[in-house]
Design a protein around this ligand. Structure first.
Ligand code: ITT
Length: 186
């Protein structure tokens, strides 16, 4: 089975690919800039993203993720991509300077079109925002996010460990189970 991963982010594709290892699925990254609407929820963003993919593309996977910081009322949330490109990780650290409550979480929602039907899979990961960026692995906000139960940031953890506990990893674990069932039946 062939599945196109529609994303402009190679870091994401690397994480997704790891989850499909051992399954009879050929993944291909398609760097399409999909229409990303302004909306308050990942659900709304992902449904519209998926709906904007032409049917001729066939089986495909899109996702949207965001970092939600409690002390900032959930900011940057659905605006994470824009905030990352503008003020970046250093800007977030500045905003959080002197703030006591460091709690935050990542959310990830996958929209998966398979044999013409759309399915959705969600994952979350809670943790804390660091005072300064640390580590060189991963991508995006990884250097400033320490997952609960750890002392290292996502950027300091091996990709396998991040995948085991991350928002994207958790969503992909659900997706993989779904796919395994589907492949067994066919
Ligand atoms: P596509 O929409 O093209 O897939 P993107 O990088 O814009 O790529 P998202 O909209 O899903 O991806 O992500 C929103 C932002 O959140 C973006 O700046 C990412 O770098 C960041 N982000 C998403 N997942 C992350 C993760 O696992 N670790 C760190 N930052 C992450």
């Amino acid at each position: 089975m062939q599945v196109k991963v529609i994303s402009t982010n190679s870091g994401k594709f690397a994480e997704i690919s790891k989850f499909f290892e051992g399954l009879d699925v050929q993944l291909e990254m398609q760097k399409l800039e999909l229409l990303e609407i302004q909306a308050d929820t990942l659900e709304a963003v992902v449904s519209r993203k998926l709906a904007s993919v032409e049917e001729s593309v066939g089986n495909c996977l899109v996702d949207d993720s965001g970092l939600f910081i409690d002390a900032l009322s959930g900011f940057p949330g659905v605006y994470s991509s824009y905030v990352y490109r503008t003020i970046g990780v250093n800007g977030i650290c500045k905003l959080m300077r002197g703030v006591e409550n460091r709690s935050a979480h990542f959310e990830c929602l996958f929209g998966f079109r398979i044999n013409g039907r759309d399915y959705f899979f969600k994952g979350e990961c809670t943790g804390e925002i660091t005072d300064n960026p640390r580590g060189s692995g991963g991508f995006g906000f990884d250097p400033i996010f320490v997952p609960e139960g750890y002392s290292q940031t996502f950027a300091e953890l091996p990709i396998e460990e991040k995948n085991r506990i991350s928002h994207r990893g958790r969503a992909l674990q659900h997706l993989r189970k779904f796919l395994e069932n589907l492949l067994e039946k066919s």
